[in-house]
Design a protein around this ligand. Structure first.
Ligand code: ADP
Ligand code: MG
Length: 400
């Protein structure tokens, strides 16, 4: 991976104005923040810069105000949460550029922190307008990007600023990029990828890219049904995209050419109705699914075989649950394989990296979050990285 500068490249910053792009697009219920994970992720970077004497200006998007000033989408809604996590007083500044920011900087002392307004209140943010980026940069000396989760978007505050100021990766960005590099950039082989979740159609680009990168492609979840159906297997009432049969064949062909072994389940957990512990629950071979049944998880034999595959691997990248894990007992395969991966990681035998909204929830449900090498909460940016795409916010840091 092309190198980028980090906070290690910065010395004393007394009086230096540092713009830090964070992702404070926090989940809210009314006016309260329901999850401050993203603030905790950015805290080490913010405090390190403040402790080096910088005047720290925090920049984030918040919701989708589409270039208008929408009062319910002011970043100030997160201020209490930010102050609580940082344990410092933070000044709120209702602008991102111009005189108001300049006047605030005159009040701020070295080591002080200010939170600027929602970048998406200005149309130039999402348009990556160089004039807006220049206006923001005019008040600062250095740019630090600590928002990997926003790096797949080429916006003024994620990409534009990195070309106008000396640009550095924050600690959380640095950790994410190192973990992703270890998983797919330059991994120890053999590499296994687990791809599950609901639909093939939402992860076509991921599958297409992965078959050229990994040694074992493990397909589970609803998308396994689509692959099974493409092979002529009756999947009954299962969630399945029958129109994608040719696409699945193409992916399997590409995998064979690339020497990637594809693992589809040979036993499955089925039921006639989708409910917790339904009376019709049974485990069967994939060739024995009845027309009125649906596949809701991969079976115990397949799960055990996959655990054996992981034992032969050095690296694992995981996106998507293997079954409908929100409903018992269709979480069994996901939980079992997650525990196998966690144990191998604890032993030092496996580097395990996972990401995706429902995947993070499933791994938390399995109780393995602390045992994986790295779990990305970046959502869209994580998936684009799994698709092999360049993330504009990261490329801009590498070019800086
Ligand atoms: P992520 O958010 O981690 O990328 P997805 O959104 O692609 O994951 O998929 C997660 C969803 O897939 C979960 O809600 C889960 O219930 C569903 N799912 C997994 N397997 C099945 C299945 N066999 N049938 C129906 N839904 C499934
Ligand atoms: Mg999802």
């Amino acid at each position: 991976m092309t190198k980028f500068k980090t906070l290690d490249d910065l010395g004393d910053l007394t009086g230096t104005v540092v713009l830090v792009r964070v992702d404070f697009n926090l989940p809210m219920q009314g006016v309260s923040v329901t999850d401050d994970t993203r603030v905790r992720a950015a805290a080490p970077t913010i405090l390190e810069l403040a402790d080096k004497g910088a005047k720290v200006l925090l920049l984030s998007h918040f919701g989708r105000p589409k270039g208008e000033k929408v009062s319910t989408m002011s970043v100030s809604m997160t201020l209490d949460s930010v102050q609580a996590v940082l344990g410092r007083e933070v000044m709120f500044v209702p602008e991102i550029a111009g005189d108001v920011v300049r006047q605030s900087l005159a009040i701020l002392q070295p080591g002080d922190i200010a939170l600027l307004e929602n970048t998406r209140f200005w149309k130039g943010e999402e348009a990556n307008d160089p004039d807006l980026a220049k206006a923001i940069a005019a008040n600062a000396d250095i740019f630090v990007n600590d928002a990997f989760s926003a790096a797949h978007r080429a916006h003024a505050s994620t990409e534009g600023l990195a070309h106008l100021l000396p640009a550095y990766a924050g600690r959380s960005m640095e950790a994410e990029l190192k973990a992703l590099e270890a998983a797919l950039g330059n991994p120890e082989r053999p590499v296994a990828a687990v791809i599950g979740g609901a639909k093939v159609s939402s992860k076509l680009d991921v599958l297409t890219h992965l078959v050229t990168q990994v040694d074992h492609l493990i397909i589970g979840g609803g998308m396994a049904n689509t692959f099974l159906a493409a092979r002529g297997i009756n999947v009954g009432k299962s969630l399945s995209e029958h129109e994608l049969a040719a696409t699945c064949e193409g992916i399997l062909d590409a995998a064979e050419k690339a020497g990637c072994i594809v693992h589809l389940p040979y036993d499955v957990v089925v039921a006639k109705e989708f409910a917790a512990n339904p009376a019709s629950l049974r485990i069967c071979n994939v060739h024995e699914v009845a027309t009125d049944e649906m596949i809701l998880d991969i079976g115990p034999q397949a799960t055990e075989a996959l655990a054996d595959v992981l034992k032969t691997c050095r690296t694992l990248v995981w996106n998507g649950p293997l079954g409908a894990f929100e409903t018992a007992p269709f979480d069994a395969a996901t939980v079992a394989l997650a525990k196998s991966a966690a144990a191998l990681t604890r032993e030092g035998a496996l580097v395990s990296v996972a990401g995706g909204g429902d995947t993070v929830a499933a791994l938390a449900h399995a109780g393995v979050v602390g045992d994986f090498s790295y779990i990305s909460t970046a959502g869209g940016a994580f998936l684009e990285w799994m698709e092999g795409k360049d993330l504009p916010g990261v490329v801009a840091l590498q070019q800086a």
